[in-house]
Design a protein around this ligand. Sequence first.
Ligand SMILES: [Zn+2]
Length: 425
Amino acid sequence: MKIYLSLFLVTIFSIASFGQAMPKDADPAIWQKALKIHRSAIIIDGHNDITSPMVDDDFDLSTNSIGKYHNDGDPYHTDLNRLKLSGITGEFFSIYVSGNTLKTGGSMRRAMDLIDATYREVEKHPESLKMCFTAADIVKAKKDGKICALMGIEGGYAIENSLYALRNFYRLGIRYMTLTHNVTHDWADAHNDEKRNNGLSDFGKEVVKEMNRLGMLIDISHVSVKVMDDVLDISTAPIIASHSSARGVANHTRNVPDEILKRVAKNGGVMMINFYPAFLDDEYNKAENERSARLKPQIDALKEKFKDDRLAFNEAERKLFAENPIPVPSYTRIVDHIDHMKRVAGIDIVGIGSDYDGVPLLPAGMEGMEDLVLVTYEMLKRGYTETEIKKVLGGNFLRAFQQAEKVAKINTRKISAEGRLRKIK
Ligand SMILES: [Zn+2]
């Protein structure tokens, strides 16, 4: 009986090799090899926004999210089963705090809510998930067949200008912080907002130093290029971009320019590529902007018509977009960014930062996180070695994280900085 059961399980496992059926035109031998590499790799994804619906809509990870939409109208990419199918070992749950809280207040409280929601999901699903705080935790989780929940803050204003708060966030398990989101705030400039601080202010520089001392990775996604440079001037530990692609392939301000990529190579950091088509491909970005401008009168009319029914509005908007389709780049475009980063700055800086559940769509061929193996397949097809593929999937992040931990240990004897921005300017 036992033998039959394990045979049955083995069969199921090889058929359901991750969520993705072999693409029609795929080479079966390369596909099988890709599955094997993917299965044995430590895979770390830099950014997942499922945390927001976990708080706002009581989304439980055990819900089957395939074909379902967030209340803001975007499709779900994540659930527990999809996470298992993805092969991911360590997922960074984004503690994303909207820039609106700079006006309304409550930045820190929002972060607290999201952190608690992450812990509670792990408490609900201890057979699959585990809170992880160190590189060693991630390695152990892979051995134990568990998936690590890691946390990173998105929007440095969540610390409300207090290094005391920053330290407490570290104690709660935050292991990276994106210094801005899309808005400039008291101590750091965003990629697409006013350049009020000329990069990082003096207090912003203190934040970076304190993050180094703690062992919290500095995340340069969303910041201005001057902030990227300032961080690289100051940081004694490797830095990350948790979810940014290469500006040399798609010239978007959310992406990282070549000269920064080269500096990151010297710093030992990792640039984790974002899967959002508008960050991957200039043509798509242009087409999307044109479509939004063209359909604005219709969208405004729908907003008015369904002003009391958000879900009906979402559905009507989706229908309108479906009637006005634009070509979506293939998942292979992700690997174009990997190629570029490797060419400019070496394979050791490349990682993955999907932005699942934070973006309105994924590249063609990908429905959700269960399709991640396609990246492995495409890399293998383009001649990447198993060692290189494993570096991109998680090895590079693990190395950078370990180094940041070492730097933090060196500094623990130093007395903490005092910690509060008493006066702005
Ligand atoms: Zn983001």
